[in-house]
Ligand binder design. Structure first.
Ligand code: CA
Length: 375
């Protein structure tokens, strides 16, 4: 007499049925119904998208008035007050004590109505080529870049580029004055109309944001995630495509009035009325780069540390590392996986060993395991 001989076998059956991995079954199949029922808790965690440009180191290789006072004239006044024989031209001077005369590139990320301005082409045709570089100080995932012009039209031909190391740059998007110039200048079939993207890492050329109008305060919105195929649950390709520490705006041609374009194309700049050439320059009131820390779906916060000038992932899901890119010690029950918009892929591993001994007249079975989910 004593305990029923089938009782230990029943306990074993219950233990095995709750412990799919011991039977070689994929554990995710056990979890999937719970994920569907409690999706918000099972998703990866992602920090908020912030404007990263405001903490960037920003440089420009040319600025209006950097060698002393320079005169410039506003295109909008030329257009609205014809004939503009005597427009209200102004002075820029980087060395001036008057801040209203200075237009440094830092004005493009100060969050105020101030602006950066390039030298006009009266100083030389080479000032069609001006480059602005932002160093975000660490690699982020960039969702969008917005550029706002100030007292000039938006740039005509230019390339938005990104880099991880500051040496090797890759294009994110080409902009051209006309669709034809997408082909002739950049050898890319133009994407007509509002920008759209057929692939996660497609680099398009568009003339959509290079129109002459508005003559002032125009904006350029470049989306790097929204509108792409895997935007709702970014693929590894999209994550790689949007990763950048450096963002570069490589301006290559100032947008001019068509009437002036003919004059500028066929004559020596020295022979052209300086009032014409003084009104062609770049201006940027604001650059925003929306993005987030790369925490691989395992942090919802990424606070900025002023001491190091870096943001750091507040890792959850038992993950560790600067980017939550590995399981913390003791949580290696399963290989590390990135959390996604749909699945959180938490690291697991609070080790609790158990021992199951079956007593049966015909069976002697001992099972030892250390699977947390098996208790
Ligand atoms: Ca500003």
């Amino acid at each position: 007499m004593g305990r029923a001989p089938w009782l230990p076998l029943l306990l074993l059956a219950v233990a095995l049925s709750r412990c799919g991995s011991l039977l070689g079954q994929p554990r995710r199949s056990q979890q999937r119904p719970q994920q569907q029922q409690a999706a918000p808790q099972q998703r990866g965690l992602f920090p908020a998208v912030l404007n990263l440009a405001s903490n960037a180191l920003i440089t420009a290789n040319a600025t209006c008035g950097e060698r002393g006072p320079q005169m410039y004239c506003k295109l909008v006044e030329h257009v609205s007050r014809q004939p503009a024989r005597n427009p209200q031209c102004r002075i820029c001077d980087q060395r001036s004590r008057n801040p209203n005369l200075r237009h440094p590139i830092s004005n493009a990320i100060d969050g105020k109505n101030t602006w950066w301005q390039s030298p006009s082409i009266q100083n030389g045709i080479e000032y069609h080529y001006v480059t602005i570089t932002l160093d975000l100080r660490q690699v982020f995932q960039i969702a969008y870049v917005i550029v706002k012009a100030a007292n000039s039209p938006r740039p005509g031909n230019w390339i938005l580029e990104r880099s991880l190391d500051g040496n090797n740059y890759e294009p994110w998007q080409y902009h051209a004055i006309t669709d034809t110039e997408c082909l002739t200048r950049y050898n890319i079939t133009p994407r007509t109309g509002p920008p759209s993207y057929a692939k996660d890492d497609e680099v398009i050329c568009t003339s959509y944001y290079s129109k002459i109008h508005p003559l002032e305060n125009g904006e350029i919105h470049t989306s790097l995630i929204n509108g792409r195929p895997s935007a709702d649950d970014p693929s590894p390709t999209l994550l790689e495509f949007t990763s950048a520490r450096y963002i570069r705006l490589r301006f290559q041609r100032i947008r001019t009035l068509n009437a002036d374009l003919m004059m500028l194309a066929h004559r020596d700049l020295n022979e052209i009325d300086p009032i014409v050439t003084r009104r062609y320059y770049y201006s940027v009131k604001d650059i925003s780069a929306g993005g987030m820390c790369i925490c691989y779906g395992h942090a919802k916060a990424c606070p900025f540390n002023p001491a190091t000038n870096r943001s750091f992932c507040a890792c959850e899901h038992n993950t560790c590392g600067e980017s939550c890119n590995r399981c913390c010690p003791g949580f290696n029950q399963r290989p590390w996986q990135a959390g996604t918009f749909l699945v959180k892929h938490e690291c697991e591993g609070t080790v609790i060993a158990f021992l199951l001994i079956v007593h049966h007249p015909n069976i002697k079975l001992i099972i030892a395991s250390s699977y947390t989910t098996c208790i």
